[in-house]
Design a protein. Sequence first.
Length: 194
Amino acid sequence: LAQELGEPGFPLQSTLYGETAEVVDGPDENGEMFTRPGKLSDYFPKPYPNPEAARAANNGALPPDLSYITSARHGGEDYVFSLLTGYCDPPAGISLREELHYNPYFTGQAIAMSAPLYDEILEYDDGTPATMSQLAKDVCTFLRWAAEPEHDQRKRMGLKMLLIVGLLLPVTYYLKRHKWSILKSRKIVYRPPK
């Protein structure tokens, strides 16, 4: 999906996403909703029609919006990576309810979401081994990009600003030292009126 959207590190291929997605839009002038081909600027469709359906499908737990999870959580990508790869059996003496899973990186160590990643659940085109850590790294990278898709452009703009400021600073220093030196060396004498 990230390759189809053109980020991170892939050429933009808007036709792939636009040809396959149908987006409900509207209302039109008659007040009716209609479908149209998808665009890159469209939001991802929600997996559930409403919060009640989401709770029913997830053992009563409402799944969070993961758009900003790497920005919202302390540790960011490291937290998400640890959460995705940290599922294990509970240690001796800890018992969990039937629908909960043990994850030491989650607050309270009991999480309703089952382990979402397993080794070899997909196949990479370039032959990269599909280990759980590789999959978690890819998920974290995509979530970071989803939180700030303008990150690289903002950094490039910052570097351009630093370059411009670096060029203007000597000019400003020259103007201050040489062109305004007359005012600095001028002696102002106050003579009271007679």
